[in-house]
Design a protein around this ligand. Structure first.
Ligand SMILES: CCCCCCCCCCCCC/C=C/[C@@H](O)[C@H](CO)NC(=O)CCCCCCCCCCCCCCC
Ligand SMILES: Nc1ncnc2c1ncn2[C@@H]1O[C@H](COP(=O)(O)OP(=O)(O)OP(=O)(O)O)[C@@H](O)[C@H]1O
Ligand SMILES: [Ca+2]
Length: 563
C-alpha cells in the first residue's frame, strides 16, 4: 500500500520573479519560501520540446529560518547620476523593483551564515505584496526575541569580546530588528549582581553574554538567584526544588574554552550563536547545585572537577595574562606533577531509562532521552520521594585514591576535545556523569587524556569508572569523620596540623604539604571547599540553542538539486 504523503501547507503567494537575470517561480506557504528556475523557451527547445516546463534548480528556505525581508533599493536609478546600476539594462526596465530575503545557511562544522537572495519584480505593488506576505509570516513566530539585554566581558579569552559583538553580532541583531541594551562589564561579577538585584527583567525576552564559560556562569548565577529570590526559595537548602528561569540565555563565544556554547550549538562561532538567538531557538539545560553542609556554594553546568582539572585551574589562574594558552601550560605542568587525592564519593545512580555514560548514542538536537517525561520536568519534593522508593538505600559509596574526579552535566565538548569529557552526557536529562580516574601511572593517564582528542573510548581503562548520577557527595580523606579518619584527625590535632599534613604527604612524594588536597574546578571557578554535596536540577535554565544538529542536516541544507 502506498504511504499517504502529508498535504503541503496552503499556498500564500506565487509569482514569476527574476533572480540574476533568470526567471524563477517563487512561492510562499506557511512553512517554506521556495524559488525554482523556470527553463527558458530556448533551453527547453534544445532539451526536449515536448517535455514539461521543468525547474532546473530549487531552493527551499524554511520560514522559521528567514531572518528578515526588505525592499531593495539597489535597482533604482542612483540619485544624482541618473544612471541605472548593477542590473543589466535589459532587465532594469522591466524588473526595477526588488526585495531581499536574508536567511540562515548552514556551512561546515555546524556553522550558520546569513545568506541573501534578491528577487526582482515587474511592479512595485507586487514587490510590496511579497515583502508584506513574508513579514506577516515572520510576525507569527512569537518565539523570536525582540528585546535583549546584552553583557559583554571585554577581558574574556583573547580580549576580543567587544569587537566580536560590534562587528559580527550587532549587525545580525539589527537586521532582525532586535533591539538591545548593552552593558560592557567593568569588573568580575558585574553582570551577576546587575541581574540579581537591578535589571528590569520584564523588559526583555532574553539575556545574552559575550564571553566564555565564566561569563555564562555569572549570568546563570544572577538569573537563578533572582528567580529563587522572587519566588521565596532558599538556595541554601540543598533539598529545595528550584524554580526554572523563564528568560532564555544566549552565548556569544569570546572566551578561552567556550564549552557551553560548543556543546549546545556545535561550534564556537559568534555569527552562528547570533543566528540561533535570532530564530528564537530554545534548549533546556540541567544545572548542578553545590552545597557545603547547608550553605549554597555555586551552580555548575559543565565541568565539576577535583584533582587534575582543579589543579590545572588553580595554576592557570596565575597565568591569566597568557589568555587561552594558560590552560595548556598549566595542563602540562599538572600532568607532570601527577598528584593523586584520597577521599570518599557517595552517589545516587540515575534510573536506567536515561541510558549510561558508555552509550554510543550522543545527545543531539531533539534528543529522545532529554524528552522523556521524567527528564522534562523539575521533580518536586513529593514526586522525588515517590520515584526514590526504588532508589531507597541505593546510594553507592566508593573510597580510593584518585587522579581526577569529574562530574559532567553535559558532554563538555570544546575545541580542545570535540567529543568532550563525557561524550554521551545529555544536556537536559536531569543527570550528570561522574568520572573517577583512579591512581595510575603517568603513561596510563596520558593515554586516557589523549583519548579525549580522538575517537577512542576514554572510559575503556581499568582505572576509570563512570556512573550516571542524580546526586553525589565528596569528602576528602582529611575531612572524613568515620572512626579511622577520626582517629587520624585526633592524632593530627594532638601533634599539630603540620604533622597531619606530613602524614598525607608521605604518600605524595611529588607534592608540597599545602597541595595535599585539591580544589574543585566549577565551570572554571575555584570552590572554597573540598567537601561538597551536588544535586542535578533538571532543565533549570533555557538557552537560545537547539543542541547539536545531525551532520546530515548540514550537508544538504534544504537545497534540492535539479528535479
Ligand atoms: C595530550 C593532550 C591531551 C589533551 C587532553 C584535553 C582534554 C581536554 C578536556 C577539556 C574539558 C573542558 C571542560 C570544560 C571546562 C570549563 O568549564 C572550564 C571553564 O571554561 N574550562 C577549564 O577548566 C579549562 C580546562 C582545560 C584543561 C586543559 C587540559 C590540558 C591537558 C594537557 C595535558 C598534556 C599532557 C602532555 C604530556 C607531555
Ligand atoms: N570587566 C571585567 N573585568 C574583569 N573580569 C571580568 C569582567 N567581566 C567579567 N569578568 C570575569 O572574567 C572571568 C573570565 O571570563 P570569561 O569566561 O568570559 O573568559 P575566559 O575565562 O577566558 O573563558 P572560559 O571561561 O571559556 O575559559 C569570568 O569569571 C568573569 O567573572
Ligand atoms: Ca545532563
Amino acid at each position: 500500500m502506498q504511504e499517504k504523503q502529508p498535504k503541503p501547507p496552503p499556498l500564500l503567494l506565487s509569482s514569476q520573479l527574476s533572480l540574476q537575470n533568470r526567471g524563477y517561480e517563487v512561492t510562499l506557504n506557511s512553512a517554506f519560501l521556495s524559488w525554482k528556475e523556470v527553463e527558458t523557451r530556448q533551453k527547453r527547445t534544445a532539451a526536449n520540446i515536448y517535455g514539461p516546463l521543468k525547474a532546473a534548480g530549487s531552493h527551499y528556505v524554511p520560514v522559521c529560518e528567514i531572518i528578515s525581508v526588505q525592499e531593495t533599493e539597489e535597482d533604482c536609478p542612483s540619485t544624482g547620476i541618473g544612471k541605472w546600476q548593477k542590473v543589466p539594462q535589459s532587465l532594469a526596465e522591466s524588473n526595477q523593483y526588488a526585495f531581499t530575503v536574508s536567511y540562515v545557511e548552514r556551512t561546515q562544522k555546524h556553522r550558520w551564515r546569513c545568506s541573501e537572495v534578491t528577487l526582482h519584480c515587474t511592479d512595485r505593488t507586487l514587490c510590496l505584496q511579497w515583502v508584506q506576505a513574508i513579514r506577516e509570516q515572520l510576525s507569527l513566530l512569537t518565539i523570536r526575541p525582540k528585546r535583549l539585554l546584552v553583557y559583554i566581558n571585554p577581558y574574556g579569552g583573547k580580549h576580543h569580546g567587544k569587537r566580536i559583538y560590534e562587528q559580527k553580532v550587532a549587525p545580525v541583531f539589527s537586521r532582525a530588528s532586535i533591539s538591545t541594551d548593552v552593558i560592557v562589564t567593568e569588573r568580575a561579577n558585574h553582570a551577576r549582581d546587575h541581574l540579581k538585584t537591578e535589571a528590569d527583567l520584564k523588559k526583555y525576552d532574553g539575556v545574552v553574554c559575550v564571553g566564555g564559560d565564566g561569563m555564562f556562569s555569572e549570568i546563570i548565577h544572577g538569573l537563578i538567584s533572582r528567580t529563587q529570590c522572587d519566588s521565596g526559595v532558599d538556595q541554601n537548602r540543598a533539598d529545595e526544588t528550584l524554580i526554572p528561569c523563564s528568560l532564555r540565555i544566549g552565548i556569544i563565544p569570546a572566551g578561552s574554552t567556550d564549552c557551553i556554547c560548543y556543546a549546545t550549538v556545535g561550534s564556537n562561532d559568534p555569527v552562528t550563536s547570533a543566528l540561533h538567538i535570532v530564530v528564537g531557538d530554545s534548549q533546556p539545560m540541567d544545572v548542578c547545585s553545590i552545597h557545603h553542609n547547608n550553605t549554597f556554594l555555586r551552580y555548575s553546568v559543565s565541568l565539576l572537577g577535583y584533582g587534575f582539572y582543579g589543579d590545572v585551574l588553580t595554576d592557570s589562574e596565575r597565568k591569566r595574562w597568557m589568555g587561552p594558552a594558560r590552560y595548556d601550560i598549566s595542563g602540562v605542568k599538572t600532568f607532570l606533577s601527577h598528584r593523586y587525592y584520597e577521599g570518599t564519593i557517595s552517589f545516587l545512580p540515575a534510573d536506567e531509562n536515561v541510558g549510561t555514560p558508555r552509550d554510543k548514542l550522543q545527545c543531539r538536537s531533539g534528543c529522545n532521552i532529554c524528552r522523556l517525561p521524567s527528564a522534562g520536568k523539575q521533580v518536586s519534593k513529593d514526586e522525588e520521594s515517590v520515584s526514590d522508593t526504588e532508589k531507597k538505600g541505593a546510594w553507592q559509596v566508593i573510597r580510593g585514591k584518585f587522579l581526577a574526579i569529574n562530574a559532567a552535566c553535559m558532554s563538555c565538548a570544546c575545541p580542545r576535545s570535540p567529543k568532550g569529557l563525557s561524550p554521551a552526557a545529555h544536556l537536559a536529562d536531569g543527570t550528570a556523569d561522574l568520572i573517577l580516574v583512579r591512581k595510575c601511572s603517568r603513561f596510563d593517564f596520558l593515554r586516557h587524556l589523549l583519548r579525549h582528542t580522538n575517537k577512542d573510548d576514554q572510559f575503556d581503562h581499568p582505572f576509570v569508572e563512570v556512573y550516571r548520577v542524580r546526586q553525589f557527595r565528596f569528602t576528602p580523606r582529611y575531612e572524613e569523620t568515620d572512626s579511622d579518619s577520626e582517629l587520624e584527625l585526633r592524632e593530627a590535632e594532638g601533634s599539630g596540623r603540620k604533622r597531619f599534613f606530613s602524614q598525607i604527604c608521605r604518600e605524595h612524594p611529588a607534592c608540597s604539604c599545602s597541595l595535599a588536597h585539591s580544589s574543585w574546578n566549577c565551570d572554571g571557578e575555584i570552590l572554597p571547599h573540598a567537601a561538597i554535596q551536588v544535586r542535578v536540577h533538571c532543565q533549570l535554565i533555557k538557552l537560545f540553542a537547539r543542541g547539536i544538529e545531525e551532520q546530515s542536516v548540514f550537508e544538504e541544507p534544504y537545497t534540492l538539486s535539479a528535479i
